[in-house]
Ligand binder design. Sequence first.
Ligand SMILES: *[C@@H]1O[C@H](CO)[C@@H](O)[C@H](O)[C@H]1NC(C)=O
Ligand SMILES: *[C@@H]1O[C@H](CO)[C@@H](O)[C@H](O)[C@H]1NC(C)=O
Ligand SMILES: *[C@@H]1O[C@H](CO)[C@@H](O)[C@H](O)[C@H]1NC(C)=O
Ligand SMILES: *[C@@H]1O[C@H](CO)[C@@H](O)[C@H](O)[C@H]1NC(C)=O
Ligand SMILES: *[C@@H]1O[C@H](CO)[C@@H](O)[C@H](O)[C@H]1NC(C)=O
Ligand SMILES: *[C@@H]1O[C@H](CO)[C@@H](O)[C@H](O)[C@H]1NC(C)=O
Ligand SMILES: *[C@@H]1O[C@H](CO)[C@@H](O)[C@H](O)[C@H]1NC(C)=O
Ligand SMILES: *[C@@H]1O[C@H](CO)[C@@H](O)[C@H](O)[C@H]1NC(C)=O
Ligand SMILES: *[C@@H]1O[C@H](CO)[C@@H](O)[C@H](O)[C@H]1NC(C)=O
Ligand SMILES: *[C@@H]1O[C@H](CO)[C@@H](O)[C@H](O)[C@H]1NC(C)=O
Ligand SMILES: *[C@@H]1O[C@H](CO)[C@@H](O)[C@H](O)[C@H]1NC(C)=O
Length: 775
Amino acid sequence: MVIWNFLFSCVPFGSTTHTEATMKLHPLGLFLLSCTWLLLCAAAPVTVRAGIRREAEALVNWKASLVSADDSLGSWSLANSTSLCKWTHITCNSAGHMTELLLMQTSLNGTLDRFDFSAFPHLKSLTLFSNGLYGTIPAGIGNLTSLAQLYIFNNTSLRGAIPHSIGQLKHLSELYLSLLGLDSNLPEEIGNLTTLEELHLHSVTLTGSIPRTIGKLVKLRELSMQKNNLTGSIPLEIGNITQLNNLQLWYNYLQGQLPGTISNLASLQELVLTGNQLGGHIISEFGNSSLLDTVDIERNNFSGLFPSSICIGGRLRIVSARSNGFTGIHHHTFRNCTSVRYVDFTANNIVADIKDCVGEHPWQLSMMSLGQNHLYGRLLTDGGKVFICNSTYLTFLDLSNNLLDGGLPKCLWDMPSLGYMDLSSNSFSGVVPSWKTCEDNLICLRLANNHLKGTFPLGLRKCKNLISLDLGGNNFSGRIPSWISKSLPNLIVLRLSSNMFGGIIPHQILKFQQLHVLDLSKNNLSGPIPDNFTNFTGMVHNAEDIVSDNNLRFEIISGQTQIVWKGADHGFPILMVGIVGIDLSGNSLSQEIPKGLTTLLGLRYLNLSGNHLLGCIPEDIGNLVLLESLDLSLNRLSGEIPPSFAGLKSITALNLSSNNLSGLIPMSDQLRTLPDPSIYSNNPGLCGFPLEGCVDSPTSTQSGMSQAEDNREALWLYCFVAAGFIFGFWLYCGMFWFYSETWRCAFYQYVDNMQGKVTKKMYSCMSYFQAKVHG
Ligand SMILES: *[C@@H]1O[C@H](CO)[C@@H](O)[C@H](O)[C@H]1NC(C)=O
Ligand SMILES: *[C@@H]1O[C@H](CO)[C@@H](O)[C@H](O)[C@H]1NC(C)=O
Ligand SMILES: *[C@@H]1O[C@H](CO)[C@@H](O)[C@H](O)[C@H]1NC(C)=O
Ligand SMILES: *[C@@H]1O[C@H](CO)[C@@H](O)[C@H](O)[C@H]1NC(C)=O
Ligand SMILES: *[C@@H]1O[C@H](CO)[C@@H](O)[C@H](O)[C@H]1NC(C)=O
Ligand SMILES: *[C@@H]1O[C@H](CO)[C@@H](O)[C@H](O)[C@H]1NC(C)=O
Ligand SMILES: *[C@@H]1O[C@H](CO)[C@@H](O)[C@H](O)[C@H]1NC(C)=O
Ligand SMILES: *[C@@H]1O[C@H](CO)[C@@H](O)[C@H](O)[C@H]1NC(C)=O
Ligand SMILES: *[C@@H]1O[C@H](CO)[C@@H](O)[C@H](O)[C@H]1NC(C)=O
Ligand SMILES: *[C@@H]1O[C@H](CO)[C@@H](O)[C@H](O)[C@H]1NC(C)=O
Ligand SMILES: *[C@@H]1O[C@H](CO)[C@@H](O)[C@H](O)[C@H]1NC(C)=O
């Protein structure tokens, strides 16, 4: 069998040509030829053996050039060269030639410079992934004339260019050059690889534009060139790759329009162009491929109407067109789209009635995101029909930041799969309907910034898996229910700000064990801040620790919440950033700041501004070393700022203005970075950096000055005042006796000036004195 193979493989020309030639020859010629043939075949094993030896030598030489490799290359040795096929990582054909080299994750460190590619004319498959190759890809790689599969990926230290000789690999069907550290154009010669079926060139980094010769790869099925620095436009010739079913060009710098020839790609299943600078209109025929499954064109500049034929193939599952400039969706586009699962048009300029964006048939839809557009209309149609509730598989619904109005339909709460619902920043009105069940799936509910009214929605009592609840910016009133922490034990974010909630804060609010964000600001809450923080454990640790422990679902992590800190409004993907904070500002809360607050070591912001809080700042405030933003302004806090205050080493936004604080402001390197005196203003007795008039005064340097010293100072002050008075009196009277009119006037003026100066000095002295006495 082996011999037969040798015989076969030694025939230098195609065997059919040879047979034809044989037929026409004279018998003698035939005899001579037969002899030659026999001789050649006898020599064949020798040639083969020489070939194999060259392969073995090439491998051993290359191995010797490596800086290091793991033990698995141990069998590569010339002493073993007769059994090349038994070497590790190698596959042979029956003639004993290497046809496959598979070296992956061998902690191999070295270059390909000493790899003699021309020694392997039989190599069909070369795999060198997840190694430590550095240097460049040598031009000699073009000598692997039988190569069908080339996998060199995840060698991030490989530099330089893709060699032009790559075009010589005439039999190549799969080329994977991904996750490398290159810096080059894709050479035009790529178009010579006309047998190529898969081309993967992601994260390499390619620069320049996509060569037009790419259109010659008519057998190509997969093309991925994402995460490169490609510029220029997508060439028209792309439309010639009619077998293409997967096109990935995301995260590049591609510009211009999507070529119209794209609609020739009748086999296209997946098109991903996210994160480029493509723009203009997309031709309306686009998407008529009967196999089209995924269209992801997020974060480009596409405009105009979204192509209406996108659903014609009947297989479309995913459409993501977030962050573009589309102005409309044709009302037929999704009408018959029964296959679609995920639709995201967030942040476009779509002006449309909501019911035209959504099909009428029961959908398989599991995610739908239409936020940040100009959608209008109502969820509850005039006939009382609610189209959205037909979507029994819907898990994600984002209609935020639109112009929707009317009431909220009851059925929304009974959708069996819904996990994330964001209806915030619309004009929904009325009361939140109560609901029978709250499905276990609902974990994030945002109804903020609408015109909803009524009491705290009672139906929420059943939503025991809720993690994030935002009812801010509505007209809710009544009390915050005491059942809240017991019924919603998993809450991480609770935002009720800017409503009309009244009464006291129920002490049960401190029974939440996971809460990271508590925002009750701008309501009519009164009474004390509850003070039993023993079970309030969500804010005790650095939030990053907590988040990594939680196996939270994607939509929650990507969901945003609105918080105010460092004086500005922010939308935060809360759990990613690990924001932890309390905002009770803008209420009528009274009594002291509870000392237990200083045990919440994970706090990154605390805002108690605009209440009626009394007493001192808690002595241990400095324990809050992660605190970045602290606002206690507009209260009635008094006493000195505790020395531990200097321990707030993360503080970057501070406001203590408009209280009755007094004494010296503690100082630290971090506090010194906050030089704006207004953050301490309107506290009559406060002094020290950055306030003026105190830092240089020798009498104001120590807050613990003794009573005796104080008294002596007071005595001196009185003496000065008395002496001044006597002196002035005598001068005033004396001049009637001794001097003429003109002299008298000049003298009056002089004394007037002096008096002004003395009064000013005395006033500042007195106010300091007063402050001391009160403090
Ligand atoms: C030859 O290869 C075998 C495994 O195929 C290996 O065990 C042996 O150590 C090798 N011999 C030498 C001299 O490297
Ligand atoms: C490979 O070897 C070079 C030269 O010794 C060394 O600088 C480099 O750090 C090594 N790379 C790896 C991944 O070990
Ligand atoms: C191998 O490739 C290089 C570069 O393409 C070329 O110069 C050289 O002649 C080739 N060697 C053989 C033996 O084919
Ligand atoms: C690719 O683009 C990024 C961002 O513009 C840049 O930092 C990087 O240096 C570029 N890489 C190459 C190889 O051009
Ligand atoms: C290979 O590609 C180059 C550049 O596109 C072209 O000039 C050349 O003719 C091609 N060679 C073959 C053999 O097709
Ligand atoms: C490839 O596409 C271009 C532009 O779309 C076209 O002019 C050309 O004829 C096509 N080539 C082939 C071989 O189909
Ligand atoms: C899609 O539209 C293009 C351009 O109108 C057309 O050439 C092509 O045949 C159509 N393909 C299918 C599958 O309908
Ligand atoms: C939707 O489907 C109906 C019935 O199958 C069909 O009559 C209608 O033309 C389709 N509409 C679109 C826009 O494809
Ligand atoms: C809340 O209700 C009051 C009166 O009932 C109304 O004036 C105000 O506009 C409402 N606020 C919002 C945000 O709807
Ligand atoms: C504290 O809250 C008030 C009112 O709610 C707001 O104006 C202020 O900017 C907040 N302070 C900080 C530091 O965020
Ligand atoms: C501090 O708070 C007061 C009262 O809340 C506010 O008017 C002022 O703008 C704030 N100052 C800074 C610097 O935030």
